[in-house]
Design a protein around this ligand. Sequence first.
Ligand SMILES: NC(=O)C1=CN([C@@H]2O[C@H](COP(=O)(O)OP(=O)(O)OC[C@H]3O[C@@H](n4cnc5c(N)ncnc54)[C@H](OP(=O)(O)O)[C@@H]3O)[C@@H](O)[C@H]2O)C=CC1
Ligand SMILES: CC(C)=CCC[C@@H](C)[C@H]1CC=C2C3=C(CC[C@@]21C)[C@@]1(C)CC[C@H](O)C(C)(C)[C@@H]1CC3
Length: 417
Amino acid sequence: MASQGPQAPLEFGGPLGAAALMLLLPATTIHLLLVARSGPARLLGPPPHLPGLSALWSPPALLLLLTWLGLQAALYLLPARKVTEGLELKDKSRLRYPINGFQALVLTALLVGLGLSVGLPLGMLSDMLLPLAFTTTLTTFIFSFLLYMKAQMAPPSGLAPGGNSGNTIYDFFMGRELNPRICSFDFKYFCELRPGLIGWVLINLALLMQEAELRGSPSLAMWLVNGFQLLYVGDALWHEEAVLTTMDITHDGFGFMLAFGDLVWVPFTYSLQAQFLLHHPQPLGPPTALVICLINAVGYYIFRGANSQKNTFRKNPSDPSVAGLETIPTATGKRLLVSGWWGMVRHPNYLGDLVMALAWSLPCGLSHLLPYFYFLYFLALLVHREARDERQCLQKYGRAWQEYCQRVPYRIIPYIY
Ligand SMILES: NC(=O)C1=CN([C@@H]2O[C@H](COP(=O)(O)OP(=O)(O)OC[C@H]3O[C@@H](n4cnc5c(N)ncnc54)[C@H](OP(=O)(O)O)[C@@H]3O)[C@@H](O)[C@H]2O)C=CC1
Ligand SMILES: CC(C)=CCC[C@@H](C)[C@H]1CC=C2C3=C(CC[C@@]21C)[C@@]1(C)CC[C@H](O)C(C)(C)[C@@H]1CC3
C-alpha cells in the first residue's frame, strides 16, 4: 500500500473546490458546445435547450473514441527516432520517453488523407461533438478512478507532492501517482500530447470541411483559425521533449484534472473558434487577415524564443546561443537567466502564448464574446499557474529567486503585471 506523501498546501479551494470543478468543468464544456451552435451564441446566457440523454449518449461516439485512443496508443508504441530521459526522480532514477509525437501527427494526417480520398465523411464529426464530449467525459471519470486505484500500489517515491492529502475527492482530482505507467507506456505523457492535441486539429479540420460543404468553400477566418492552431499543435509535438520539464510532468499527479484537461477540455473547448465560425460565418478581408497573421507571428516568436532559450539553457548552459546571457547562481547549483527573454518578464513564454490566443479569436470578429472564451480562460489559467510556479521556485531557490524578482519585477506583461 502507498503511504501518504508529505503534506502540501491544498490548491483549488481544497476538496470542496475540487468537487465543484469536477461538476463545473464538464458542464462548461457541454454549455460551450451547445451555445456555439445556437443563433445568439451568448457565452453568459443560458443554453438554447437542455439536451436529453439521447443527444448526449451514442454508441458510435464511444466506438469512435475507443478507435481514436487505440490508434494514438499504437502510434505511441511505434519505434521512435529518439528515446530520451526525463528529469531525475525522488529515488534518483530517470524514466525514458519515446520522442515520436510529431511522427504520430504526420501518420495520423496520412491516414486521414487516405480516408478522405476514399470518401471518409470527416465533416460529419462536427455533428457528433456533443455525444463525443459527453462519452469522453464519462470515460475520463472511469480512467481517473482506475488511476486512483493503481496509485494504491505505487511506492511512496512514485507519488506526486500535491495529490496525497488523504482526502479521496481532492486526491482523485489532483492525481496521486506522478508517472503512472504500465511497462513503458506512460499514461500522463501519452495523454498530454497525443489524443487531445491531435484530436483538436482533427475536429478543426472536420469543421472546416463541413463549412466547405455548407457554403461551397471554407472562409478565410476558418483557414486562419485552422492554420494558427495547427502551427501550435505541430510546434508542441516537434518540441515534444520540452514537455518533460513542465510542471504537469515533473510535479503534478495524474488524476481527473489533467486527464479531463488533456482528453476533453483541450479538443472540445480549444476548437470553440472553429465551432463558432461554422455556425456564425464572419466576413474577413485580406488586410485584416494580414494584421491578425502578424499578431500570431509576434506571439509565436516570443513563445518559441522564450521556451527554446530556457530549454537550451537548462540542457546545456554553455551552448553558444545562451552562454553570453547574464545569470544568477542559486544554492542548488542551477542558475537563473536574468537577461534575454527571461530578463524582460518572469514568464515571457506565457506572454507569447497569450498574444497567440488573442490572434486565434480575432478572425471571429468583435460581435460576440464566445470566441474570446479561450483567451479569457487562458489568462486566468496562466495567472494561477504563474502563482503556483512562483511558490515552487521560491521554495527551490530561496534568496536567489527573490533577487530575480527584484531584478525582473514584472510577471507576464511588461510594465503592467
Ligand atoms: N495552451 C495551454 O493550454 C497551455 C500552455 N502552456 C504553455 O506551456 C509552456 C510551459 O509552461 P509551464 O510548464 O507553466 O512553465 P515554464 O516553461 O515557464 O517553466 C517554469 C520553470 O522554468 C524555470 N525557470 C523560471 N524562470 C527561469 C529563469 N529566469 N531562468 C531559467 N529557468 C527559469 C523554473 O524551473 P527550473 O528552474 O526547475 O528549470 C520554473 O519552474 C508555456 O509556454 C505556457 O504558455 C501552459 C499551460 C497550458
Ligand atoms: C481547466 C482544466 C481542466 C485545466 C487543466 C489544464 C490543462 C488543459 C492544461 C495544463 C497544461 C497544459 C499544457 C498544454 C495543453 C493544456 C494543458 C494540458 C500544452 C500541451 C499545449 C501545447 C504547448 O506547446 C505545451 C506543450 C507547452 C503545453 C504544455 C502544458
